[in-house]
Every structure is written in C-alpha cells, then in structure tokens.
Design a protein around this ligand. Sequence first.
Ligand code: SAM
Length: 216
Amino acid sequence: MFQDGYREQGLRKQLAKKLKEKGISDTKVLDAIASVPRHVFLDKAFLEQAYQDKAFPIGEGQTISQPYTVAFQTQLLEVGKDTKVLEIGTGSGYQACVLSHLKVKLYTIEYNKALYNKTSNFLRSAGLTKINFFFGDGSLGLPSFAPFDRIIVTAGAPSIPEKLIHQLVIGGKLVIPVGDDKNQMMLRITRISENEFQREEFGAFKFVPLLGKDGW
Ligand code: SAM
C-alpha cells in the first residue's frame, strides 16, 4: 500500500473542503478525494503541491489532472459499486485510484508506453490488482471489453469519437472534453436508445490532447 501519514491526510481533507466550496457536491466523490493519496504520484519534494488544486507534470509531456477536474468528471459520471467504467488516458493513475475508491469495475487505457508501464507497475505493486490496465489507442475505445456503463476521457478530443458512444450500454454515459487545443467544453453524452444520444454541456476546461486515430 501507499506511504501515508497524518500530515498528508490533513492536507487531503483541506483539499476536499476546498473542492466542496468550489461546487463539488457529491459526498462520495469528496470522500474519495479526502481518502486517495495524491502525493504518491509526485516526487517527495512536492508534498505541498500534491494537495494544491493544480495540474502537475508527470513526465512524458503529460500531466496529473487538477483535483477539481478529477472530482468534476467523477461527479458527472454518476458511478456506484460495480459500475463498469472505461477510463481513456491512465496517465499517473490518480483518477483510476479515485474511481477504484468508488468500487467501480475499472478498465483503463494509456497510449504512451512509458507511462503505461510506469503506472500499471506502480499501482499493481501498491495492491490495486483489480484495475485492468491496457496499452493502446483509447480514441477507439476498448471494443473487446465493451459495452461499458460509463466512459471517461481525460484528454481533450477534437470531436466526439463515434466508436466510444457505440461502446456504451443503453442508458450509459460518456464524459469527455471536446474542443480545440486552447480549451474544451466538458460534455456528457447519454445513450438513450440504440441510435439516440442526449448531449449536456458543463463549461470550459483545458486538457492535453487526445491522440490517436479518432483524436488529434
Ligand atoms: N487521468 C490521468 C491522471 O489521473 O493522471 C490524467 C491524464 S493526462 C491529463 C491525459 C493522458 O491521456 C495522458 O497520459 C496521455 O498520454 C493519454 N492519452 C492521450 N491520447 C490517448 C489515447 N488515444 N488513448 C489513451 N490515452 C491517451
């Protein structure tokens, strides 16, 4: 398991309080933020920064998302125990740990081989053996394990990838930031029936680009 202490726990509680003030209202999501250590994903020297509401570089030109963004996307997903979730963009694995804390059945895919190796080894060795890690182009989804109850994309897409919405169950939801390289609109797409989808918009965010065939 992760190295953790009172100081880290205190900083996490303060972070969860800050996210509540910023509008995160789902108590299970706030509890996950207050419970999942974020400092283990950063170098030891950055303990204070780990619990600030900021994105942070994790190598390979990628970032660990801002805690508010992780909480916001998780809240939009509306998950419960055993919800089958596909995360696209494993990155550091922090979002994956937040989802695991909520007891979902998690599949997560990463396009960058070095990050995939680093994160999957790290989380497996920390005992998170129930997470299913994949290396590959998540802009195409994960067809061999579809359909999913929920899909979360943690990188900015140029448009809604067709293949993703067709890997949702009826009633399933996709949470995805879509836009240009400067900012993206957070969208939630709900599959109403075989060929009907409902779209909701939740404000502007800024992500690193979703690469791959149906990405940039
Ligand atoms: N969820 C991550 C976390 O908790 O640290 C943050 C992810 S970071 C903002 C975006 C990630 O998406 C990067 O690790 C990047 O390599 C990955 N990515 C970009 N395009 C991808 C694709 N087509 N398939 C899978 N992962 C992709």
